[in-house]
Design a binder for this molecule. Structure first.
Ligand code: G16
Length: 545
């Protein structure tokens, strides 16, 4: 007989979810009652939890297993009817979204700090996704935060730990626990969207080699199952495919800096034709050709322009959406196809309403995220399969496809400069100073650049009318170039300042420049207007992508 206990607690005042859930150092989550308080705050802010189905899993990082056992016991004590939990506690973020939707669950809890490092000294995180499969919108996360500030008790069942390795059902109190295959439902969904036969021909033709680096994170089992077992790619195609609690000591972020082993392979001797990487929880992706990097903004634009070649999208796109700092490359594709392009704040949660209302089919962000209406999350392996499907149909290299794209639409040179771990007060002061400058900039001339508009981006959701203010400073110039400055909502130490730079070039003769060179005068101008390095006391950015 399991006994439900009511435990007294006191609030922690720092449980405000950021861009993507609550992210903190593992040591913060390990404090007595910390995780429990936040989970109870989630449960307390959900209506009709009694008897409902939830989905639960995580990216396998340190503390994943312990947290899952705690959450199962709390769910049982809070009257949840059924929990579908990934085998070994493993579920990627897009797979969770897929499973919530497929089985019409009330929602899901995803344990991940995404691309942040893991291990005892790394980060941990909790995200809640709603019944459409997408990240909880702001009004839901605000309710959780409000509850966390006044919480004085939580419910937990006294029960033995659950075996997470064996597939099948068991009971904890009145709740059914179903340990499910982490990959199966997701793989079926991918098969319904892409031409697996054609991709298999490509991967087994002997003329095409790919390398997929899952960075010892959650996408490993999915990539092994789909690329090697299902689509016939040779064993070894997937690198670092076993999820490790500390991601092998690496930073599970698929960009040129942190996925450098993959970059070395794709830029080395006898390089494969295609390279890709995914992040901690499997929702981000990086695409590489042989000695060729595809910026995430260009990737979104290429997918949009070629969507008709892919079975799941052959009837065309309802519209596209990108986050505000993402380059405007996809806008040009949308204009030519004659569909709407929506500009939202940073954060996948802002795409949910557009996808639900069938206003947008494809969405993407500069932060290595692309996805579609097949789930309500960005989806790393989906993007890789989309690229493979296009390559299989067009029989061209990644570089040829992107270069032809630039020829047709022009090239949006694009880069993001991050200053990580800066002093929070200094970062806030810099943003305040920029905010006060914004109204004075319109019409001003800076060398060859004339300011066409400048504002602090505000978004009114076209579906529910909700307004999100202060989403980042935009300075747009008459030639289509832009400087965007905002503070990250996903860091866990100090503040991370992000400077986004974009320069449009229509002339194909000028499509071969080095990106940082092409943006050099804009980089200088950003510094001149924002006084960035002085304000945060840094000589140069921490990461340039
Ligand atoms: C999260 C969000 C993304 C966002 C990214 C960067 O990604 O889901 O929508 O673009 O963070 O956000 P920020 O610039 O505020 O740090 P992930 O992969 O960490 O969940």
């Amino acid at each position: 007989m399991n006994i439900s206990q009511q435990i007294s607690t006191t609030p922690f005042l720092d449980q405000k979810p950021g861009t993507s859930g609550l992210r903190k150092a593992v040591t913060v989550f390990q404090q007595p009652h910390y995780l429990e308080n936040f989970i109870q705050s989630i449960f307390d802010s959900l209506e009709d939890l009694q008897g409902q189905t939830l989905v639960l899993g995580g990216d396998g990082r340190y503390y994943n297993r312990q947290a899952i056992q705690i959450i199962l016991k709390m769910a049982a004590a809070n009257g949840v009817g059924r929990i579908k939990v990934g085998q070994g506690g493993i579920l990627s973020t897009p797979a969770t979204s897929c499973i919530i939707r497929k089985y019409q669950a009330l929602g899901g809890i995803i344990l991940s700090a995404s691309h942040n490092p893991g291990g005892p000294d790394g980060d941990f995180g909790v995200k809640y996704n709603i019944s459409n499969g997408g990240p909880a919108p702001e009004k839901v996360t605000e309710a959780m935060y409000a509850r966390s500030k006044v919480i004085d008790r939580y419910q937990i069942l006294e029960a033995p730990d659950v075996d997470l390795e064996t597939l099948g059902e068991s009971r904890m109190g009145d709740m059914v626990i179903e340990v499910i295959d982490s990959v199966e439902d997701y793989e079926k969904l991918m098969e319904s969207l892409f031409d697996f036969d054609r991709i298999r021909q490509l991967l087994t033709s002997g003329n095409f080699r790919m390398c997929m680096d899952t960075l010892h994170a959650v996408a490993g089992p999915y990539a092994h199952a789909i690329f090697e077992q299902r689509l016939g790619a040779p064993a070894g195609t997937v690198r670092s495919g076993i999820p490790l609690e500390d991601f092998g000591g690496g930073h599970p972020d698929p960009n040129l800096v942190y996925a450098h082993e993959l970059v070395d392979i794709l830029y080395g001797e006898n390089a494969p034709d295609f390279g890709a990487a995914s992040d901690g929880d499997g929702d981000r992706n990086m695409i590489l050709g042989r000695k060729f990097f595809v910026t995430p903004s260009d990737s979104l634009a290429v997918l949009a322009a070629n969507a008709k070649l892919v079975p799941g999208y052959s009837s065309g796109l309802a519209g596209v959406a990108r986050s505000m700092p993402t380059s405007q490359a996809v806008d040009r594709v949308a204009a030519q196809i004659g569909i709407e392009c929506y500009e939202t704040p940073t954060g996948w949660k802002f795409f949910g309403n557009l996808l639900d209302a069938n206003k947008a089919t494809l969405c993407g962000e500069e932060s290595f995220g692309t996805g579609s209406n097949h789930v309500r999350e960005k989806d790393g392996l989906w993007a890789v399969l989309f690229w493979l499907n296009i390559i299989a149909v067009r029989q061209q290299s990644v570089e040829q496809i992107v270069r032809e794209h630039w020829k047709t639409y022009g090239r949006n040179y694009y880069s993001r400069h991050d200053y990580e771990g800066v002093d929070t007060d200094q970062a806030n002061t810099l943003m305040e100073n920029l905010r006060s400058l914004v109204p004075t900039l319109k019409g001003k001339q800076f060398g060859k650049y004339q300011v066409e508009y400048s504002d602090d981006f505000s978004y009114t959701d076209p579906i529910d009318g909700s307004v999100s203010n202060k989403q980042g400073i935009r300075i747009g110039f008459t030639d289509g170039s832009r400087i965007v400055v905002r503070l990250s909502g996903t860091g866990t130490q100090g503040a991370t300042l992000r400077i986004y730079l974009e320069n449009y070039e229509s002339d194909p003769a000028k499509h071969d420049l080095d990106t940082q060179q092409a943006l050099a005068s804009l980089i200088t101008l950003a510094e001149q207007i924002g006084q960035i390095r002085n304000s945060v006391g840094r000589e140069q950015p921490t990461v340039i992508t």
